[in-house]
Design a binder for this molecule. Structure first.
Ligand code: SAM
Length: 308
């Protein structure tokens, strides 16, 4: 069964009385080259740990299974969470030939990530293997899903995924891959950077989907680094813990980008005195009139450490 041919996708949906649901962000891939590339890019991050340890992958939103089957050919175990109850029997048919795929009906936004990963991939982790996340994400919840996966773990630790390889809207991909001072840089970019590096992998045009979305897409790899100590090594000499500095930094990021046209001091003055903010900027070697969009993730951590 070619799960990526336009005709087969339509035939399967018809057979089960389904049509693509906009509310669930259903745009199915209909070019077989794309899921193959996404799966290979995802697996290449996991394979850095060696091919002789087991590798598992969590997929979010398998749809009719176009990416799921490519993942199953590379990974030892695939667990795919699908919110659309109507797709579950269809997936039972389309993926029948694979014995290393488990489909779970559910909303990823309601999954308790650490316990779910422990339950589904405990055997793989116990054997020294890896767990990754891979998805053609529904665009209506791109940032919430990514933040849910990252924020499920303490800031002081490395998020335990080899990589989160996801297809998302092109302009969101550009935003996530931007750096302080870029016009695309924003609160989510800085918050992700406290936990991971973002690599833009390749672009995908709208014609590769059924139905075609109104926007272009891109695949990114979100690769967790060692946590807050990677961004802000000075934490080891601080009186504050990585968790304290991290959560204060997230508060500063939210204030700074909540009113991005204002200087950082004005934007953050609802929560701190202007004097404290100006003193912290001075100690950090930053200009008193700096705007939040010029502050790097490390700057936010340094300021958080000084303001705590
Ligand atoms: N993986 C398929 C592909 O590449 O062709 C489908 C991708 S489609 C863009 C997004 C998929 O995510 C759909 O199957 C949709 O039903 C599912 N989905 C949407 N919201 C979800 C949620 N909150 N939890 C789990 N799956 C969700």
């Amino acid at each position: 069964m070619d799960l990526c041919s336009r005709g087969e996708v339509k035939r399967l949906l018809d057979k089960y009385g389904l049509a693509p649901k906009k509310a669930f962000g259903q745009n199915f891939l209909v070019n077989p080259g794309i899921p193959q590339m996404i799966a290979e890019n995802s697996y290449s991050f996991a394979a850095l740990k060696g091919r002789n340890v087991p590798h598992g992958v969590l997929e979010i939103g398998p749809g009719v299974g176009a990416l799921t089957c490519r993942l199953a050919e590379l990974y030892d175990k695939v667990v795919a969470v699908e919110i659309d109850r109507g797709l579950i029997p269809l997936l039972g048919e389309s993926l029948a030939e694979y014995d290393n795929i488990e489909i779970v009906e559910g909303d990823v936004m309601e999954v308790d990530v650490p316990s779910f990963i422990g339950e589904k991939f405990g055997d793989i982790l116990a054997a020294g293997g890896t767990v990754s996340v891979c998805a053609n994400l529904p665009y209506y919840i791109t940032s919430p899903v990514i933040m849910r996966l990252l924020e499920a773990y303490p800031l002081s630790e490395k998020v335990p995924f080899e990589a989160i390889t996801v297809m998302i809207q092109l302009e969101v991909a550009d935003r996530f891959a931007s750096e302080a001072g870029d016009s695309d840089y924003g609160a989510v970019t800085a918050s992700i950077a406290l936990r991971a590096d973002v690599r833009k992998l390749f672009n995908v045009s709208a014609g590769n989907f059924h139905p075609a979305p109104k926007v272009s897409s891109a695949v990114i790899g979100i690769v967790p680094h060692g946590g807050l100590t990677t961004v802000y090594p000075e934490v080891k000499d601080s009186d504050h813990t990585a968790e304290e500095i991290g959560s204060e930094a997230l508060k500063l990021i939210s204030l700074a980008f909540g009113q991005r046209r204002k200087t950082f001091v004005n934007a953050a003055s609802s929560a701190y005195s202007k004097e404290a903010l100006t003193t912290a900027l001075d100690k950090a070697g930053l200009r008193a009139d700096v705007r939040g969009e010029k502050l790097s993730p490390r700057d936010f951590c340094r300021l958080a450490d000084l303001l705590l």
